[in-house]
Design a protein around this ligand. Structure first.
Ligand code: FMN
Length: 199
């Protein structure tokens, strides 16, 4: 499928078919796709937690406000978390990043303090979410990005020591009657001339 077709056909799924599950072979591909996500200086300040266990999904549903039914019926939820322990990150990068990248972190980011560093971690995680949403769309899997979650409860339920959950992405297959499908609810976006300039 050409990417423009993925962009037009992927959409935020509001109602899932509980009888359809993402296959193990597709899950293996998705794990590798997550691992290959790009990030600034290849910093990879993240953790991706994939939950397919129904009992655990239902616990997370209780911490997901209006998104709860998606957690119950969708196949798997992928929780995108950022590194929360800056000191540990600083030590770890010496092991997996080249000297130049470590130098960039130490001279450009570290002096700006912990809040800026944590925002930068979050930027990297959000980038991986956009990339993941496109990838699942290309694989014919439906998805829902969800900021509407209780991050503190997610952290507690999943025992994500050293990480801060930011966004959960539900994956699965749409209920045929999902009213949000582009065929029922055409995509709404700002006018192209307002937001894209070619000079
Ligand atoms: C970071 C992020 C968080 C979102 N959180 C939610 C959410 O909690 N629940 C939900 O139903 N949709 C959520 N959305 C979906 C957006 O409302 C949706 O992407 C937007 O309206 C465009 O529609 P489309 O994805 O169908 O093209 C979120 C989207 C993004 C990118």
């Amino acid at each position: 499928m050409e990417f423009i077709e993925v962009a037009k056909s992927r959409y935020t799924t509001k109602k899932y078919d509980a009888s359809k599950k993402v296959s193990d072979s597709d899950l293996e591909k998705l794990k590798e796709i997550l691992r290959l996500s790009p990030s600034s200086i290849n910093s990879q300040p993240w953790k991706f937690t994939i939950v397919g266990n129904q009992e655990l999904k239902e616990k997370l549903a209780e911490a997901s406000y209006f998104n709860a039914p998606k957690l119950k019926d969708g196949s798997h939820v992928v929780v995108f978390s950022a590194v929360d322990n800056v000191d540990k990150f600083e030590k770890d990068i010496n092991e997996y990043l080249p000297e130049g990248a470590v130098g960039y972190f130490n001279t450009m980011l570290k002096p700006q303090g912990e809040d800026v560093i944590k925002n930068w971690f979050s930027d990297q995680v959000y980038l991986s979410i956009g990339y993941f949403l496109s990838a699942v769309g290309a694989m014919g899997i439906d998805s829902t990005p969800m900021e509407g979650i209780d991050r503190a409860k997610y952290k507690e339920i999943l025992g994500l020591e050293g990480y801060q959950p930011l966004v959960a992405v539900m994956i699965g297959y749409r209920d045929e009657e999902d009213g949000n499908q582009p065929s029922n609810n055409p995509k709404s976006r700002l006018d192209i001339n307002e937001i894209v300039e070619v000079r």
